[in-house]
Ligand binder design. Sequence first.
Ligand SMILES: Nc1nc2c(ncn2[C@@H]2O[C@H](COP(=O)(O)OP(=O)(O)OP(=O)(O)O)[C@@H](O)[C@H]2O)c(=O)[nH]1
Ligand SMILES: C=C(OP(=O)(O)O)C(=O)O
Length: 206
Amino acid sequence: MTTRRYALLIPVKDARSAKTRLGVGDGGQRARLMAAFAQDSIAAAAASPWVSVYVVGDPDALADQLGDLGVPVLPDEGGGSLNRALERAAVRISAQPDLAGVAVMLADLPCLRTADLDSAFAAARGRAYVADAEGSGTTLLIAPAGTPLDPRFGAGSAAAHAASGAEGLTGELSSLRQDVDTTDDLEAALRFGVGVRTAQVASSLL
Ligand SMILES: Nc1nc2c(ncn2[C@@H]2O[C@H](COP(=O)(O)OP(=O)(O)OP(=O)(O)O)[C@@H](O)[C@H]2O)c(=O)[nH]1
Ligand SMILES: C=C(OP(=O)(O)O)C(=O)O
């Protein structure tokens, strides 16, 4: 275990325009669910001794959405591009001394258990990523100090991160792979076990 921490960037967009592929509830209910995913993801990550968490997004839009988690918010300077927003935030944060590196975790991981995040950081030997359960997306990208973040999130991002030279971590890491994009994913996540905030919102919806 290192004494230096990674800056863990967690991008969160305004819940009202997020998760259009989730076919549950109306727009307002989907926004509450999305906010709960983000809160559970952030709370589990913030408990890890490997990271200091920074949300990347619009601070005004996120004020309600993040509840009382008390995490710092870096502005989204991506102009609609997730990868550009992450690169800009990484440049801002890497001015901090004594970082172990910069990492990115997506905020649609309502099942996340801190131990899986810890295991991923412990296993990374260089720039590394964790693919989602389906194998096509990426849930975590780790760039140790001295390596570029070079984020390639979006459709087919696991293959894109592999092609860019990052190592795909092979541990089970099941709660870190259980991302929720679709209604089927949500059902799988509920069977797996979600965090308290998601459980509460989901029970009022399903
Ligand atoms: N700050 C920021 N976060 C983003 C942006 N795009 C996506 N995200 C976040 O990145 C994570 C993964 O995003 P996607 O699963 O692609 O998001 P989505 O647009 O909410 O989902 P769909 O509408 O179903 O495609 C989620 O935590 C989003 O909130 C962006 O442009 N800026
Ligand atoms: C942006 C991504 O996420 P999702 O699969 O949640 O759209 C990704 O996996 O790169």
